[in-house]
Design a protein around this ligand. Structure first.
Ligand code: ZN
Length: 328
């Protein structure tokens, strides 16, 4: 089966992670090194409605089946499911010891071919010696989105050696979803790549880019780049931001900066599933009405909770359908 292109008004969550333990031969893996890692993993699974002992079971199958059920029971039509490449040095040598988790491109493409609810986002470190070859293979399979975390897997997007890679993405009308702002869950290799200006070269070469988390800080005292992103919106028509994880406790201060109607024209809905959706911080800050917080905080579908919170906060209908427009 081929990947089904989204309809023009599909409501899409642009930022959903796959997590697998390598069961079902998916090839994905993660490392839980410390008690804190294990605590976080169990908490996230529980928040998604998955029993924490799934960590020691066929997690790949349990995780995808739960996700499909949540999408079908939600107001969303589809989600973008993210692959995750490992860290590489600037010359393209893999650094598996500095990587915490891996999701191969094949598995998100496979899921998308068998489930219309899934849109795959591949992940390729552009310094890899086989980067262009892998990109070509994924394009052939119908991939339209790529996800990267420059600060976590060490990508200097502005390195001129990657020009050919970005140009090929632009030719194929692919979208680059890139983590911007700080990061708390994964180890950071190069802090300066949290800056959205790291996307200047792909933007100039014509790649449509989405700055994940709208470049906000991730913990108290973390450098915040949202104002820089808003300035870049004026300079680049092909630049967007997502509102993923902004209902979590640590990222809620970004919301107030992206609610202006003109800025919302550049915002795309995303949850950052399986990151917990609390709503507490946005309620305390006065962005989320009490009645909506009360009504949805106990909903057992966190994709729906995040969707309802974003609507109640005042994100326009277009923020949910903008990605399907961009993909058409
Ligand atoms: Zn994420």
């Amino acid at each position: 089966m081929d990947i089904i292109e989204p309809q023009k008004l599909d409501k899409i969550d642009c930022h959903v992670h796959f997590v697998g333990g390598g069961t079902a031969k998916s090839g994905s893996w993660f490392k839980l090194r410390t008690p804190w890692d294990k605590f976080q993993a169990r908490l996230m699974l529980k928040g998604c409605g998955i029993a924490p002992n799934a960590l020691y079971d066929d997690l790949d199958t349990i995780y995808i089946n739960k996700l499909l059920q949540l999408i079908r029971d939600s107001s969303l039509d589809r989600v973008v499911l993210l692959a995750q490449d490992i860290a590489h040095d600037d010359n393209g040598n893999p650094l598996p010891e500095k990587s915490k988790y891996f999701v191969p491109n094949d598995i998100v493409i496979e899921f998308a071919k068998s489930h219309k609810e899934i849109i795959p986002a591949i992940s390729i470190h552009p310094a890899r010696s086989d980067a262009l070859e892998e990109l070509e293979k994924c394009i052939e399979h119908g991939a339209r989105i790529m996800k990267i975390l420059p600060n976590v897997i060490n990508i200097n997007c502005n390195d001129k050696r990657h020009s050919k890679f970005w140009s090929r993405m632009a030719d194929a009308k692919m979208i680059l979803l890139s983590h911007t702002g700080g990061e708390m869950t994964l180890p950071v290799l190069n802090k300066s790549y949290a800056d959205p200006r790291t996307l200047e070269l792909p933007l100039e070469l014509g790649v449509t880019c989405i700055a994940a988390h709208s470049a906000g800080g991730s913990y108290p005292g973390d450098k915040d780049y949202t104002d820089d992103l808003l300035k870049m919106f004026k300079q680049y028509d092909n630049l967007y931001g997502d509102n993923s994880a902004l209902c979590s406790l640590n990222r809620n201060k970004t919301i107030g900066k992206i609610l202006d109607p003109e800025i919302q024209n550049r915002i795309i809905h995303g949850s950052d599933y399986p990151v917990p959706v609390s709503g507490l911080g946005v309620w305390v800050k006065g962005y989320l009405p009490w009645k909506d917080w009360r009504k949805w905080k106990t909903c057992d579908n966190i994709l729906e909770t995040d969707y309802q919170f974003k609507k109640a906060i005042g994100f326009h209908e277009e923020t949910f359908t903008r990605l399907s427009q961009l993909l058409n």
